[in-house]
Write a protein that binds this ligand. Structure first.
Ligand code: FES
Length: 106
């Protein structure tokens, strides 16, 4: 599957042949700058991304724990998600996200 990631510098990076189970692992696996400090437990908020509007309806809603974590991230928006909580299923082929402020390595 393919993903399009807009990095913290505004570059659009295309990831092809992605096979990782979650968006966070795919972004990290490609060597992009994403802290993801807790390793995917929805407890750090440093894997925060903004999901392109066209993809909003294809994602499962955030769980209560994801929603609570998003309440404390920097600059939450309506399209904010934790990339570690997005499972990469076939219907997300082409998913496009922006790496949010505060998710880069300090
Ligand atoms: S990696 Fe920590 S919340 Fe996603």
């Amino acid at each position: 599957m393919k993903l399009l990631i807009c990095d913290h510098e505004g570059n659009l990076v295309e990831l092809n042949d992605v096979s990782e189970p979650t968006l966070m692992l795919a972004i990290r696996g490609a060597g992009l700058n994403l802290t993801a400090q807790c390793g995917g437990c929805a407890s750090c908020g440093t894997c925060h991304v903004y999901v392109d509007d066209a993809w909003q309806g294809k994602l499962k809603p955030a769980s209560d724990s994801e929603d609570a974590m998003l309440d404390v991230v920097e600059q939450r928006r309506e399209n904010s998600r934790l990339s570690c909580q997005i499972e990469l299923t076939k219907d997300l082929d082409g998913l496009t996200v922006i790496l949010a402020p505060g998710s880069e390595f300090a």
